[in-house]
Design a protein around this ligand. Structure first.
Ligand code: AQP
Length: 356
């Protein structure tokens, strides 16, 4: 029997090249070898305020992005999280064995702490960029006391997403590593307390590309919710925008184009080039030997535009009716597995069983 994969992305903002290189690209490659479940995690999206109409549209848009990236619905199951209510039900059970302390340690939650948020808000207001201010304000109200409980507990929902499918492998970017460790801890704790129930999943974090950095601030990861849109190359950016963003990308001191760890900006750009061309690290360094930053950025922009062109063409191919039909079939398949797991959980915890 094939081993099983589960992963997902949130239908928020726009997917960027970091999401692609850190996650989607590997989903496509791994679907050949594994029984794969790729979810549109819309319940995660509402941990921050969303416009309902926009969220609905982005949910369908994300399905077309999965397909255009190469996820094949004949090989993989693509579905919307909320179409399988067992995700929310298992979350409750796992919440009852999770500990406040382990959730409080999650760095993604701490990243949204009042201090860093307030700094962001000050920067956004200074930029006079209305969209950046809107995002920063949305996030600023999430200081600890006011933070939505969902933002604190969503790693448990993520654990439920994964454990419901008896997942062996979870391909994710580096930012999700800690959440995967929590998932493993919760699976092991449940198995210990109630008897063997869940497969304890392994993370699949690619050796290259797991942490694509912001083009504007290489101390941060490239992020959908970055207030500075120049920090990310979005998968649907046009050629002109891509070229401008790479031109504006910050660089390091010196002139060499190499993978030195103390030159994170150039290393990041070269990593993007490496992954998009499929060249080895040595070939990339040799290719740019003696060339300047200007020429490097121009070539990187051209490579990215050419890489994204067929993807951007394919995204337009899917109409809403065919997307909905793929998602419906995916939800039915996912649900049959999820129901089975939840049933076992309910029996083991005494929620259901023979006497009831
Ligand atoms: N910069 C990145 N480099 C490599 N992989 C990344 N991922 C995210 N950012 C990078 C991986 O993409 C997958 C889907 O991510 P998501 O939709 O769950 O969003 P996220 O992890 O919350 O990251 P974003 O896209 O930057 O969104 P915001 O700004 O909302 O935090 C995941 O496997 C993730 O690891």
């Amino acid at each position: 029997m094939k081993k099983r994969i589960f992963s997902g992305a949130q239908p928020t903002g726009q997917l960027h090249i970091g999401n692609y290189l850190g996650a989607l690209k590997n989903w496509v490659a791994l679907q050949e070898e594994y029984e794969s479940f790729y979810c549109i995690v819309n319940l995660h999206a509402i941990t921050l305020p969303q416009d309902p109409k926009v969220l609905r549209q982005k949910t369908l848009d994300l399905a077309s992005i999965y397909l255009a990236a190469g996820i094949d619905p004949e090989k993989s199951t693509i579905f919307i999280q909320s179409d399988v209510p067992e995700h929310a039900e298992l979350t409750w059970v796992l919440s009852c064995i999770a500990r406040m302390g382990e959730l409080a340690r999650m760095t993604q939650f701490k990243d949204k702490s009042p201090r860093s948020l307030n700094k962001r808000l000050i920067r956004a207001r200074a930029s006079l960029d209305a969209e950046a201010i809107r995002i920063a304000e949305n996030e600023a109200f999430l200081d600890f006391g006011n933070a939505g409980v969902g933002l604190f507990t969503y790693p448990i929902l993520m654990a439920a997403d994964i454990l419901l499918y008896q997942t062996d492998l979870v391909p994710v970017g580096q930012d999700q590593k800690q959440h995967l460790e929590l998932t493993r801890d919760l699976a092991e704790r449940f198995n210990r307390d109630f008897g063997e129930t869940f497969v304890v999943p392994e993370p699949f974090i690619p050796p290259v590309g797991a942490n694509i950095l912001s083009l504007q601030d290489p101390s941060k990861k490239m992020s959908k919710s970055d207030e500075n849109a120049n920090g990310a190359i979005f998968l649907l950016d046009d050629a002109d925008t891509i070229t401008k963003k790479f031109k504006k990308a910050v660089t390091d001191s010196g002139t060499e184009i190499n993978f030195e760890p103390d030159r994170p900006a150039i290393r990041n750009l070269l990593t993007i080039y490496q992954l998009l061309t499929g060249k080895s690290a040595d070939e990339c360094v040799a290719h740019f030997d003696g060339k300047g930053y200007g020429q490097f950025k121009t070539e990187l922009a051209e490579t990215t535009v050419e890489f994204l062109r067929p993807f951007q063409e394919r995204v337009k191919d899917y109409d809403d009716a065919s997307l909905k039909s793929i998602l419906k079939a995916g939800a039915e398949k996912a649900r049959s597995i999820a129901q089975n797991t939840l049933q076992q959980v309910y029996e083991k915890t005494g929620i259901s069983g023979p006497a009831l």
